[in-house]
Ligand binder design. Structure first.
Ligand SMILES: [Cu+2]
Length: 428
């Protein structure tokens, strides 16, 4: 199971893991191309087929998951998850991804190389020599066939928007129902899909589309995966869908994927999605089934790791949200907290522990380690089978509690907190 984290909370090590993995896929030859460029080519070949229709979210979910599995393979780490960029919040340094240490910054305004990215691991002149090979033959921009990564933040050709979407835009999109409406394309006048994809309201582009045009340069579709920020952008777009699915399952009644028929081929519930033809939209509705989840889910799965400052959280139910944070400001302890109280509902210990990390192990133990991998605090739940931990939300009887469950049959196990307020559990 891969845990997909907000890029603003990634450690320097996690950022390097991601960029190294991307560089390795680019360097891995396959046939006449490389693994990375195969994905760029798929995106350009299927741009018309997969955008502006209900399967926009389903196709990109499968596309991203395939890419994530390639990252895991090349790094030999099946817990590696794509990071997401919440562009409605992280719109400036240092919390956005366009830093020298992560994805590199804006392109240069030098008239000889307009938009050329000159810092970070994906700069053409960096020793990694990130080189573009896949181009859009129909792009009228003469620079669109230059072999270096380009970015031109802000308004530009085809982009009247000088800003990124806001949290209010995101909230409005979450309210949109149903999933999609007739005529199931860019002219659909309402529905979550077309609002989040970005063709409503006028003036276009909004939401998802706006980010492509705002980053500009290589991020202008269809060859946008040439810029690795594509994955962080689309990971957040996928998270929007996952959050929308969860939101409308709980409160407003279940909102299914539509339509079952009536959309063009490839976009109906049980159409096979090209070019792989294995999955249908029906097969990608649940991220758990696909092998990943987001850090705003209230689960800690086997092998999920929290580094300092990282957390999992419940959705807000009846105004209440509970979260479990591995908190450096609380002495590198696990802290169960709520948005309604300033104090901790539970602490792993009330002493300051050395810096480290926290993992839900496959032996069933939740353990805090220091950087030399010495255990500092265990939950003592090594029952010998896989366990996952949940933060119970306000719909549950044990609202605001941590509860562990067996992975295989989802029965609760004998460990939950609080009480006690501090320490190891209410085992036995
Ligand atoms: Cu896109």
């Amino acid at each position: 199971m891969a845990l997909r984290k907000n890029q603003r909370n990634l450690t320097d090590w996690e950022k390097t893991q991601f960029t190294d993995a991307v560089l390795k896929l680019k360097a891995e030859k396959t046939g006449t191309t490389n693994t990375y460029d195969k994905y760029v080519q798929w995106h350009i070949d299927y741009t018309d087929a997969t955008h502006a229709g209900p399967a926009f979210f389903a196709w990109h979910r499968e596309f991203l998951r395939r890419f994530e599995i390639e990252l895991q393979r090349i790094m030999k780490d099946d817990t590696l998850g794509l990071p997401y960029w919440d562009w409605s919040v992280d719109q400036a340094p240092p919390s956005w991804p366009f830093t020298k240490e992560f994805l590199g910054g804006n392109g240069t305004s030098d008239a000889r190389f307009p938009g050329k990215v000159v810092d970070g691991p994906f700069a053409f002149d960096d020793p990694n020599n990130w080189t573009l090979h896949v181009f859009d033959p129909d792009d009228p921009d003469p620079y669109a066939r230059y072999p270096y990564l380009r970015r031109q933040f802000g308004p530009g050709p085809g982009n009247p928007k000088s800003s990124l979407p806001t949290p209010a835009n995101v909230q409005a999109t979450f309210k949109a129902t149903p999933y999609d409406v007739d005529p199931w394309n860019e002219n659909s006048a309402s529905g979550f899909r077309n609002m989040a994809e970005g063709n409503i309201p006028e003036p276009r582009p909004q939401m998802h589309n706006r980010i492509h045009h705002w980053v500009g340069g290589s991020m202008v579709p269809p060859t946008s995966p040439n810029d690795p920020v594509f994955w962080l952008h689309h990971c957040y777009v996928d998270k929007l869908w996952a959050d929308w699915q969860r939101l409308h399952k709980d409160d407003v009644g279940y909102q299914p994927y539509v339509p079952e028929k009536d959309a063009r081929t490839g976009h109906n519930l049980t159409d096979r999605m090209a070019p792989w033809h294995q999955k249908r939209p029906l097969d990608v509705l649940n991220t758990w089934d696909l092998g990943y989840h987001y850090d705003n889910d209230n689960y800690l799965m086997p092998n999920d790791v929290l580094y300092p400052g990282q957390s999992i959280a419940t959705p807000i139910v009846n105004g209440r949200r509970f979260s479990l944070t591995y908190s450096s400001s609380d002495g590198n302890n696990l802290v169960l907290g709520s948005n309604q109280v300033a104090w901790a509902l539970w602490l792993s210990t009330n002493q300051a522990l050395p810096d480290g990390w926290c993992v839900m192990q496959t032996d069933g133990n939740l353990v805090i380690y220091d950087w030399s991998n010495k255990p500092l605090w265990p939950s003592n739940t090594n029952y010998g089978y896989w366990i996952y931990l949940t933060v119970e939300d306000a719909t549950e009887k044990r609202s605001g509690h941590l509860q562990m469950y067996r992975w295989d049959d989802q029965t609760p196990i004998d460990w939950s907190v609080p009480p006690p307020k501090v320490g190891n559990s209410a085992k036995g």
